[in-house]
Design a protein around this ligand. Structure first.
Ligand SMILES: Cc1ncc(COP(=O)(O)O)c(C=O)c1O
Length: 462
C-alpha cells in the first residue's frame, strides 16, 4: 500500500477534535535537514559493571527489587554495544536506527514560542517561578480540546508532565508494591522495569525469560498482535500501548472495546500508553477514551516526544479521569495528584510554552509534517525488507518496523547487522520473550541515513 494511501484517513464522527480528524500530511517535506555528523562520544551505560571496587562500603543495603533487574535497561545496553563497536571500528559510519530517538529539528513556530517564553524570564513582567504542579491551565485546556474533544475528558483530568516515561513511574508509585500487573509481550521496557523496582514482581526466571508475578500477554503475528484475553489471568493493572512499541501494531476499536470490557469484568485499571497516537493513519482509536466506559477503568499517558521532537525538551501528559475509583471509592486522580505534588514540581515553563505552540493551528500542522516525514522513512524501510523477502510488521501506524527473523536469536541478528553494516537496531527479545526472533528498526533518522541504511541492508541480505 502506498504511503499516501496509508495516510488517508476516514473521519471519526464522534469528535470535532483536530487530533481525531483525518490527518493530511504536507508531503513537501521530503528532504531531511543535513546536519554535520556528530562526533560520536562513548555512551555511558548505567549497567556497565564497575571495574574497580572501592574499598569503603556503607552499611546501606542495596534495594533488593532493583537488584532483581536483569543486565540493565534495554536501551543503555544497546548504547553500550554501540560504544563497544565504535571502539572496535573507530572510523565506522555508524547509523542508529536503534533506540528510537527523534532526529529532525523542532519546527520554528514551536521553538520561537519557547524562545519568547525563555527571554521573557529575563524580564520582571515575564518572570515566573514554580507553576501549578499539574500544568498551566491554558495548556491543559488546549490538550483537552485538541486530543479529547467530545470525549468527556476535562481540563482538570489532565496532568502535564515532563514525559510519559516519568509518568509511568509516578503511576507505579501511586499503585504501590501490592498490585499485580499485566503487559503486552513484547512491550516498552519501562512498564516491566518500573514494576520490578516497585516490588510488584518476583525474581527473574531465566528459563522463561520472565519475572514471576507479571502476566505477559503474548502479542504475535498469529493473534494480530492483540492478546487472547481468554487466556490472560486477572491483574490489578494492565499496561497497554497502542500504537505499540516495538511491534508497531495499533489496536482496533473492537479490540479496545474487548480490552475495556475485560478490565471492567475484572475490576482492573488499564494504563494506556498513546505516545504514538498521532502516527495512526487509519480510523483506529487514537485514545482509549474513544471507547465507551473507558473513563471508569483507564488512565492514558501521552507525550510530545515523538510528535514534535521533544525527546530532549521533555513534555507529556497523563489523563486520570475523575470517574476512575479505587475499590474503596477513592478517586485515583486524587492520589496521582498527591504523588505529582510530592515527587514532581511541574513541567518546565519553557517546555509548556512549546507544548501550547504545538497545539496552535500552525504548530499542529508543523508537527504533523514532522510525523509525515518519519512515516515516509518507515515506508522506505518497510519496502526494503519486503523486497528482501522478510516478513515485516508495523510501520503503518507507528514509526517502528518489526522485522521477523524466524528461528534466530534477536541479539545474534542485532550483532550481525551491527558487525556487517554498522547499523544499530534493537533486538526484539529486549522487549520481552515474545520479541525473540524479531528486530525493531526505528524510522527516526535523517533521510540520507535511512536511505544509506537500506542500501546496506540490501547488501547484507540480498
Ligand atoms: C511506548 C512509549 N511510551 C513512552 C515513551 C517515553 O516517552 P517520553 O519521552 O515522553 O518519556 C516512549 C519512548 O520511546 C515509548 O516508546
Amino acid at each position: 500500500m502506498s504511503l499516501m494511501n496509508n495516510l488517508s484517513t476516514s473521519m471519526i464522527s464522534s469528535s470535532s477534535s483536530p487530533f481525531l480528524a483525518p490527518i493530511s500530511f504536507n508531503s513537501s517535506r521530503t528532504q531531511s535537514v543535513t546536519v554535520p555528523p556528530k562526533s560520536i562520544s562513548l555512551v555511558k551505560c548505567v549497567s556497565t559493571p564497575q571495574e574497580q571496587q572501592t574499598a569503603y562500603k556503607t552499611k546501606v543495603s542495596r534495594n533488593a527489587n532493583i537488584a532483581k533487574l536483569q543486565a540493565g535497561y534495554l536501551f543503555p545496553e544497546v548504547a553500550r554495544r554501540r560504544a563497544a563497536h565504535l571502539l572496535k571500528y573507530p572510523n565506522a559510519q555508524v547509523i542508529s536506527l536503534g533506540i528510537g530517538d527523534t532526529t529532525e529539528p523542532i519546527p520554528d513556530v514551536i521553538t520561537s514560542a519557547m524562545a519568547k517564553r525563555s527571554h521573557g524570564l529575563s524580564t520582571l513582567e515575564g518572570y515566573s517561578g514554580y507553576g501549578a504542579e499539574q500544568g498551566e491551565k491554558a495548556l491543559r485546556a488546549a490538550l483537552a480540546s485538541t486530543f479529547y474533544g467530545n470525549l468527556g475528558i476535562e481540563e482538570d483530568d489532565i496532568f502535564v508532565s515532563d514525559g510519559a516515561k516519568c509518568d509511568i513511574s509516578r503511576l507505579q508509585v501511586v499503585f504501590g508494591s501490592n498490585v499485580t500487573m499485566a503487559v503486552q509481550d513484547p512491550s516498552y521496557p519501562a512498564y516491566v522495569d518500573s514494576s520490578v523496582i516497585m516490588g510488584q514482581t518476583g525474581q527473574f526466571q531465566k528459563d522463561v525469560e520472565k519475572y514471576a508475578n507479571i502476566e505477559y500477554m503474548r502479542c504475535t503475528p498469529e493473534n494480530g498482535f492483540f492478546p487472547d484475553l481468554s487466556t490472560v489471568a486477572r491483574t490489578d493493572i494492565i499496561f497497554f500501548c497502542s500504537p505499540n512499541n516495538p511491534t508497531g501494531a495499533a489496536a482496533t476499536r473492537d479490540q479496545l472495546t474487548r480490552l475495556v470490557k475485560f478490565a471492567k469484568d475484572n475490576g482492573s485499571i488499564i494504563v494506556y500508553d498513546s505516545a504514538y497516537a498521532l502516527y495512526i493513519s487509519d480510523d483506529k482509536p487514537r485514545s482509549i477514551f474513544e471507547i465507551p466506559g473507558a473513563k471508569e477503568v483507564a488512565i492514558e499517558t501521552a507525550s510530545f516526544s515523538k510528535y514534535a521532537g521533544f525527546t530532549g525538551v521533555r513534555l507529556g501528559w497523563t489523563v486520570v479521569p475523575k470517574q476512575l475509583l479505587f475499590s474503596d471509592g477513592f478517586p485515583v486522580a486524587k492520589d496521582f495528584n498527591r504523588i505529582v505534588c510530592t515527587c514532581f514540581n511541574g513541567a518546565s515553563n519553557i517546555s509548556q510554552a512549546g507544548g501550547l505552540a504545538c497545539l496552535s493551528p500552525e504548530g499542529f500542522e508543523a508537527m504533523q509534517e514532522v510525523i509525515g516525514f518519519y512515516k515516509e522513512n518507515t515506508k522506505i524501510i518497510v519496502e526494503t525488507f519486503n523486497s528482501l523477502g522478510f516478513k515485516v510488521y508495523g510501520g503503518q501506524n507507528a514509526p517502528y518496523v518489526w522485522v521477523h527473523f524466524p528461528g534466530r536469536n534477536s541479539w545474534d541478528v542485532f550483532s550481525e547487522i551491527l558487525e556487517k553494516t554498522h547499523i544499530v537496531t534493537t533486538p526484539g527479545s529486549g522487549f520481552g520473550p515474545g520479541g525473540e526472533g524479531f528486530v525493531r528498526v526505528s524510522a527516526f533518522g535523517h533521510r540520507e541515513n535511512v536511505l544509506e541504511a537500506c542500501r546496506r541492508f540490501k547488501q547484507l541480505y540480498n
